[in-house]
Design a protein around this ligand. Structure first.
Ligand code: PLP
Length: 394
């Protein structure tokens, strides 16, 4: 039997978000009535092109960018690949890329496999993080060389919510003449962004993380930045990304960006307060529970908590029986006993990394939901620890 949204307590918004009703309303006419091709000469299609222009403006407004700097893609992953591959192809004489040890697989796996994708050998510097998930800026400065083609550093970490000082990092890269890309998939809509005042050259975002549909993304490309398309084809996006536009999703993303600007205050006050209540409640009622990530340099919606000596998957299964949705930082279901690469990079001990749960809230969460989770979690952990051979005598 399907589980309906009204039956679940959804605290997995870093995985994906619900489409906002306002977003769906904005999209519907473009799935039904206005189906013309935006590239057409006729008025019927041309009006769709105008609606796309309006959406482009709404997205640019949220980012503090110009509409001409917005390129529509299919997802955050495509945006990440486009930026990094564009930069390294633009500078064939350079063979060095800088990133971090805690990137999303969209950047991490690309950087791990650059030789396969480009047929050339690359030296990749993966910057380490401290125990609280923050970066060592001195190490970053020292790693920039004349051979560096691009720096790619996420704005906010998807597992812990830890924020990196990408504006400062982009400025440092610019002073060395190096392009800077940020994967801002988790940051857009949650932290204020004004790209005009930064030296960021590329920024990736993804619709389904901010209450727009899955399958739509954006790559911001600063005016004048060398650019080589990832998808060649028609003249869409001024030749920067071929393929007939995903019209309804673009309209939805525009509306979602306007909505995110309106709700950013609430995200940073009410949602932050709910997250703090959840986090402090768990840390104070469950013994041997630890927060992963910097206490303040963090997204307002994310809490990553380790419950020592229990398995994340087992916790999630018990939560699932209560229709509470969250994510775990371990990957035991894939057959590997390796905990998340993010928690490993932070040096979280094995016994804690395996029992980590990521709660990620949104404007749709309520205090009643947080109270419900707080009332149930201690029991779940106590039951599981009673079965754990590692828990005895702790
Ligand atoms: N980057 C980050 C930080 C993410 O959290 C995600 C999705 O979880 C992605 C990239 C990939 O985005 P998409 O699912 O749109 O490809």
């Amino acid at each position: 039997m399907a589980v309906l949204p009204e039956q679940v307590i959804y605290m997995d918004n870093n995985a994906t978000t619900r489409i906002a009703p306002e977003v769906l309303d904005a999209m519907m006419p473009y799935l039904t009535q206005f189906y013309g091709n935006p590239s057409s000469m006729h008025t019927f299609g041309g009006q769709v092109g105008q609606a796309i222009s309006q959406a482009r403006q709404q997205i640019a407004d949220l980012l503090g960018a110009d509409p001409g700097e917005i390129v529509f893609t299919s997802c955050g992953t495509e945006s990440d690949s486009t930026a990094i591959l564009s930069a390294i192809q633009s500078f064939p004489e350079k063979n060095h890329v800088i990133t971090t040890r805690v990137e999303h697989p969209a950047v991490k796996n690309l950087c791990d496999n650059l030789e396969i994708f480009t047929g050339r050998k690359y030296h990749v510097t993966r910057l380490p993080v401290a125990a609280d998930g923050t970066l060592d800026m001195q190490r970053y400065r020292e790693s920039l060389t004349d051979d560096t083609a691009i720096v790619s550093v996420m704005w906010a970490n998807n597992e812990t919510g830890v924020l990196f000082p990408v504006e400062e990092m982009a400025q440092i890269a610019r002073e060395r003449g190096v392009l800077f890309h940020t994967d801002a998939v988790q940051a857009v809509g949650k932290v204020p962004i004004n790209l005009r005042e930064t030296a960021i050259d590329f920024l990736s975002l993804s619709g389904h993380k901010l209450h727009a549909p899955k399958g739509i993304g954006v790559l911001y490309v600063r005016k004048g930045t060398p650019y080589i398309p990832f998808m060649n084809g028609g003249h869409q996006e001024h030749g920067r990304r071929g393929g007939t536009e995903n019209v309804a999703s673009i309209i939805g993303l525009g509306r979602a960006c306007a909505l995110a600007a309106e709700k950013m205050e609430e995200e940073n006050t009410r949602v932050r307060a709910l997250r703090d209540k959840l986090e402090q409640g768990l840390l104070s009622t469950v013994p041997k529970a630890l927060r992963n990530g910097h206490p303040t340099q963090r997204l307002p919606n994310t809490a990553n908590i380790s419950f020592e000596y229990v398995e994340g998957e087992a916790i999630l299964l018990h939560m699932n029986q209560l229709n509470i949705c969250a994510s775990s930082g371990s990957a035991c279901t894939s057959g590997s006993l390796e905990p998340s690469h993010v928690l490993r990079a932070m040096g979280v001990p094995f016994t804690a990394a395996h029992g980590s749960i990521r709660f990620s809230l949104s404007i749709y969460n309520t205090e009643e939901e947080v109270d419900f989770v707080l009332a149930r979690m201690p029991d779940i952990i106590t039951k599981l620890r009673a079965l754990s051979p590692f828990w005895e005598d702790k």
